[in-house]
Ligand binder design. Structure first.
Ligand code: PLP
Length: 399
């Protein structure tokens, strides 16, 4: 693997910030005449005889040198002593993490978890007997009671896993992560955190003791809406071994170009996140003052339910905004139709600003308001973004 990389582990090199690591980690050794970027290697198999030794490459579903620089970089960003594991999508990473729940075990998860995470848990519930309990992840007491199995019917049957998303998608609820990890561990449950929204710049769950972090690399980490990719990170070698085994036997592997593009995108993570968060703050404040707006959710707003916790626990308030325009679902659809600069599309975390009405998907949770638009704020000039949104909302006010 690489040499001369800034480390954060117990060795003697100085600790540098995640913003720096995003630029420096996963580079080849500094050998005169060698490239500064890792190569893309296209080979499904490796010259190999006898029983492969630990870490020896022999077949590309098990591991490739094109994955390793990204895995190294993401591991360092999440402050793990171990490299991340890259998978073919965020959902593949989520499926890998959920495989750590033993058959018939209980899973406690946010009622506003990413809708496909909830769908996968429901599917596992039907096929494998996984028992799923949905909670308000912002209500620490209720979450921990569910983990301990306090409710009648569970009889103290402790959950095998607490699944955390914070901030949640799309409701932007903020969890008290340190309290949840401490409480869940005291009860004996594993804690997995989907850190897609916060990114390792906003929150590093392993530092709070979480067991596994999952990412949809598709979003902020890759950042350009040109790849679908996922990753898991853990500081526990035994858990990493199980997750690696899952990836190998389920075949949820990434292509080399996608991983190379993700590392390329990762280099500008701090710049992109800084700019899009700034834009989101400005827009959230202006939106809240517009007459055709019923409600704005963004943790930067002093009145937002997640504001106090986000201020205490997160570095930055993120660049997702929840917006409920006047006129119900029809009004929200009219805004999506009217914008010219904002892209009507699902997904988030790209350089381009996009928006969608979440309940257009029949699978979205019915507790998400019908008129909620999820705005993913990009890195464009904030005045252009505002002018476009304001024109769409002005049109609504005149209806
Ligand atoms: C998009 C997303 C996922 C799923 O990731 P894919 O890369 O689309 O498979 C999981 N969690 C969150 C929070 C997401 O936003």
């Amino acid at each position: 693997m690489t040499d001369h990389r800034p480390r954060t582990g117990p060795d003697d090199t100085p600790e540098v910030s995640p913003a720096t690591l995003a630029v420096t980690a996963g580079r080849p050794a500094r050998t005169p005449g060698d490239p500064v970027n890792p190569a893309v290697v296209l080979s499904s198999t490796y010259v190999s005889t006898g029983t492969p030794g630990p870490g020896e490459k022999f077949y590309a579903r098990n591991g490739t040198e094109t994955w390793e620089p990204f895995e190294e970089a993401l591991g360092l960003l999440e402050r793990s002593p171990l490299p991340a594991l890259v998978l073919g999508s965020g959902m593949a990473a989520i499926a890998a993490a959920l495989s750590l729940v033993p058959a018939g075990g209980r899973l406690v998860m946010p009622r506003h978890a990413y809708q496909m995470t909830a769908a996968l848990a429901a599917d596992l519930g039907e096929r494998t007997g996984l028992r799923v309990e949905a909670v308000d992840i912002a209500d620490t007491d209720a979450v921990l009671a569910a983990v301990r199995g306090d409710a009648a019917g569970h009889g103290g049957d402790v959950a095998a896993m607490l699944w955390v998303e914070s901030p949640t998608n799309p409701m932007l609820e903020v969890a008290d992560l340190p309290a949840l990890v401490a409480g869940a561990h005291a009860a004996g449950a594993l804690v997995v955190v989907d850190n897609t929204f916060a990114t390792p710049l906003g929150q590093r769950p392993l530092e709070h003791g979480a067991d596994v972090v999952v990412h949809s690399v598709t979003k902020y980490l890759a950042g350009h809406s040109d790849v679908v990719l996922g990753a898991v990170v853990t500081a526990d070698a035994a858990l990493r071994g199980r997750l690696h085994g899952y990836r190998t036997v389920h075949g949820a592997v990434a292509g080399p170009w996608e991983v190379w593009l993700a590392l390329r995108g990762l280099r500008t993570l701090a710049l992109r996140v800084e700019r899009s968060q700034h834009n989101a703050r400005v827009l959230a404040e202006r939106l809240a003052a517009h007459p055709a707006v019923l409600e704005v959710r963004h943790p930067s707003l002093p009145g937002d339910p997640g504001h106090e916790r986000a201020t205490r626990l997160l570095d930055g308030y993120g660049s997702i905004i929840g917006l409920r325009p006047s006129g119900g679902a029809e009004g929200a659809d009219a805004v999506v139709e009217a914008v010219r600069l904002w892209l009507p599309a699902t997904s988030l975390g790209g350089v381009e600003s996009s928006l969608e009405r979440r309940r257009r998907f029949p699978t979205e949770s019915p507790t998400v308001p019908d008129d909620l638009l999820r705005l993913s704020v990009g890195v464009e000039d904030v005045e252009d973004l505002w002018a476009d949104l304001r024109a769409a909302l002005d049109g609504l006010a005149q209806r």
